[in-house]
Design a protein around this ligand. Structure first.
Ligand code: HEC
Length: 97
């Protein structure tokens, strides 16, 4: 786990100097294929992140619910990622922190 965090930090450092956690998550989503179906603004095969953020703006359980969907492959394609990665990607997709 520690190694993974260090790798993410290192990847972020290549993209820009300083804190780059948002960019790390973007890179992670790209590497996991999320961007094939999701775009920030435009609807692709999946809803845009903007649309999802609006839909779940008042849903405090949206993040755990979505993590479960992605993890179990129910109502969404199954995503192979660690719990921490899933949490980071879903939080960023739904604009929740
Ligand atoms: C094969 C296309 C595809 C890929 C790849 C994909 N998604 Fe999705 N995603 C969808 C579709 C379609 C929906 C809408 C499902 C629905 O309306 O129930 C969705 C919905 C979602 C939602 C909302 C879930 C909810 O509770 O309504 C989140 C969050 C999400 N995707 C995140 C991701 C992340 C993060 C990744 C990468 C790890 C990813 N998606 C990869 C197609 C995809």
């Amino acid at each position: 786990m520690k190694l993974k965090v260090m790798m993410l930090v290192a990847a972020g450092a290549l993209l820009s100097v300083g804190a780059a956690s948002a960019q790390d998550v973007e890179a992670l989503k790209k590497s996991k294929g999320c961007t094939n179906c999701h775009d920030v603004e435009a609807k692709k095969m999946g809803p845009s992140y903007k649309e999802l953020s609006a839909k779940y703006a008042n849903d405090k359980d949206a993040v755990p619910n979505a993590i479960k969907k992605l993890k179990d492959g129910q109502g969404h394609m199954k995503v192979a990622a660690t719990d921490d990665e899933l949490k980071a990607m879903v939080e960023s997709s739904l604009n929740k922190k």
